[in-house]
Design a protein around this ligand. Sequence first.
Ligand code: P6P
Length: 345
Amino acid sequence: MSNVSLTRHLLEEQRAGHISADLRLLIEVVARACKTISIAVGKGALGGVLGEAGTPGAASMNIQGEAQKKLDVIANDVLLEANAWGGHLAGLASEEMDHSMPIADLSPDGYPSGNYLLLFDPLDGSSNIDVNISVGTIFSVLRCPEGVAVPGDEHFLQPGTDQVAAGYCTYGPNTTLVLTVGHGTHAFTLDREVGSFMLTTHGMRIPEETKEFAVNMSNQRHWQPPMQRYIGDLLLGKEGPRGKDFNMRWVASMVADVHRILTRGGIFSYPLDAKCADKGGKLRLMYEANPMSLLVEQAGGAASTGRMRMLEVQPSGLHQRVPVFLGSKLEVEAAVRYHLDHDAG
Ligand code: P6P
């Protein structure tokens, strides 16, 4: 049983010079918000918070063109309220909001603003909520550029390598926060009796090889040729060019799929397909792919768009979408080779 709480772990990271006091407090605020979201998610139908936001026949749609769930809106509000007065943030951006928000616009009574930018998907995988499948909150922290007091969307457009922290909280059989500040990826399980996140895995490591892949196979006919070949070879198993049998898992909740991969290995992919190619992909770069990619790389894995390292993508828009391949290093490299060989002709 761990006796290292998230608070103690963060204080040790601060003493080691890995994070500032402000970043430590910011992460604590986000973790506290995740506890509140966990309680709301855990109530399920009893909390009257399942189903879609908006009114019958007039669903509330977000910038992504997705019908918002009530819990999407609740989780977003929890994160906004928690961060309004802490004094650590200069601004924040959410999957559920069209544009970023300077803290000055959010802060009551003119609380001070800070030096960090927080981006989050308040409740990823929310389509799974009504069927009691794990969902989660994903977050990413960037520095606010020097001299920028009131950040706009353009100030958030930094590559994933600039993240100073990234994490997610998965709301499943247990509530677990997985975090990196650039010195390993660590897991903290919520002790519901005490109300504290307790360190349960120090230094998560993804096995370099795997026999498990995660993809939505129903999109197979829409994939580009290299993806068709890559997955086709996996499905041939021992008799095929990969020389081993593979298993498949797809939760359709990125946090759940990535948590499994961080825990036991695997490769997660959401490639370009004919349905989303015009948008650049399905998953969002800034608050899904980048934080997950930093967590995975810090755990010894790899993350790519299929053609380049994810963390080096220079963002062009707050809600930019990208193809995603992440997980066991050697398997991601194999998937990338299919794409680069195809491009080479
Ligand atoms: P599909 C959830 O909506 C999400 O953004 C990710 O959490 C998940 O990996 C993906 O979309 C699921 O997409 O097309 O399988 O429903």
